[in-house]
Design a protein around this ligand. Structure first.
Ligand code: ZN
Ligand code: ZN
Length: 393
């Protein structure tokens, strides 16, 4: 049987797995039912399975017993704290939690790829390592799994992942060489002054006024310190100070995020932001405390792997349906795998006016697209780990 027909025979199974997972959404680090489901599926396929990595992460190894490279296929398992409003018969059974980012689809594709490649094992050498991670929506499960050793034993040579992508048309596959998604960073600053009567500013250190100057000065970072040809943004999204019209507040709290596609800038955010905060607060006689989360690095596809994946995707959906999606300032912790080995994070086109976009209570997608994701994974596995085949492709 040719590969396309063989994979097409899994369609109902694939949709069934996705629906099973859709019913049991779990937020970051509570993916107990999901990881048990994943482990059960992989064990039934005869893979060697390790559970409880970085709490709820699961790894399944498909070993051919023949020497060769190791391909890592990564799926994220977590859902979002959203109340589902799709009215689907297989809607969430967990109140207030929903798979509204398609991670049920990502997990289903990786599981069925394990099934399909198990049946196609004689076509490849080496190993496929299926990695199911928690907490992609934050605080991040990829890095803890890497720190727990998922890139070793056997050592990983390539990494692939995929996201359902409603901003490109259904039926397409999007592959962008180089940077696809932004580096994330968030900060929390508390300014401390000296409170007092609103009519006696000379006896006070106004934390609110200092905070206003900090917000304004932070905006100068992008306009005066950053290369105008390299997109970046600094946003203060929360500013809290004061209790009454005639009281100068003693403290002010501001929180925000900074985004960039540039890894060097991403690493420097703490220093860049703190220099401004310190200078402004010093000039006003105020104190400050700053904390931050470094967040995810930029998601960068290896150019050679991206070219290879474009060719493979062309075999799946046709060359005219392989597109190059726009960069996005959203972040993804797949970035941590792609920092370490050549790899590609491809976008599974899901654009369809009948469904709302990701992170929306009416999010959805045409489940038929999942089959293209499985076929892309399988063709990539044969391409990267393949041995000469006598069968048709
Ligand atoms: Zn998401
Ligand atoms: Zn997502």
């Amino acid at each position: 049987m040719v590969l396309k027909d063989q994979i097409a025979s899994y369609k109902e199974h694939l949709i069934g797995v996705r629906r099973d997972l859709h019913r049991i959404p779990e937020v970051a680090y509570t993916e107990e039912k999901t990881s048990a489901y994943v482990a059960g599926h992989l064990e039934r396929e005869g893979l060697s399975v390790v559970t409880g990595i970085a709490r709820t992460g699961v790894v399944g190894l498909l070993e051919t017993g023949r020497p060769g490279p190791t391909l890592l296929i990564r799926a994220d398992m977590d859902a979002l704290p959203i109340t589902e409003a799709t009215g689907l018969p297989f809607a969430s059974q967990h109140p207030g939690v929903m798979h509204a980012c398609g991670h049920d689809g990502h997990t289903a594709m990786a599981l069925v790829t394990a099934t399909a490649m198990n049946a196609l094992k004689d076509r490849i050498n080496g190993t496929i390592k299926f990695v199911f991670q928690p907490a992609e929506e934050g605080p991040g499960g990829a890095l803890p799994m890497i720190e727990a050793g998922v890139m070793d034993n056997p050592h990983v040579d390539y990494a692939l992942g995929c996201h359902i992508w409603p901003t490109i048309p259904e039926g397409t596959i999007g592959i962008r060489p180089g940077v696809l998604m932004a580096a994330m960073f968030s900060f929390d600053i508390t300014i401390t002054g000296k409170g007092g009567h609103g009519a006696m500013p000379h006896l006070c250190v106004d934390a609110l006024d200092t905070g206003c100057q900090v917000v304004a000065a932070l905006q100068r970072i992008v306009s005066r310190q950053m290369d105008p040809l390299q997109p970046s943004v600094v946003t203060v999204g929360k500013f809290q100070a004061g209790t009454a019209f005639n009281v100068i507040p003693e403290s002010a709290n501001l929180c925000g995020t900074a985004r960039t596609f540039d890894k060097t800038i991403w690493k420097r955010w703490p220093e860049i932001i703190e220099t401004i905060v310190k200078g402004v607060c010093n000039s006003m006689g105020a104190g400050y405390e700053m904390s931050y989360e470094q967040g995810y690095p930029p998601t960068i596809n290896d150019p050679d792997m991206a070219d290879r994946m474009k060719r493979i995707a062309g075999e799946v959906v046709g060359v005219d349906r392989v597109v190059e999606p726009e960069k996005t300032l959203g972040g993804e912790d797949m970035a941590f795998f792609l920092e370490r080995v050549p790899g590609c994070f491809f976008c599974l086109g899901a654009g369809n006016d009948s469904f709302a976009g990701i992170h929306n209570p009416r999010f959805g997608f045409n489940e038929e697209i999942l089959l293209s994701g499985v076929e892309t994974y399988c063709r990539a596995a044969v391409d990267l780990l393949g041995k000469p085949s006598t069968e048709g492709s």
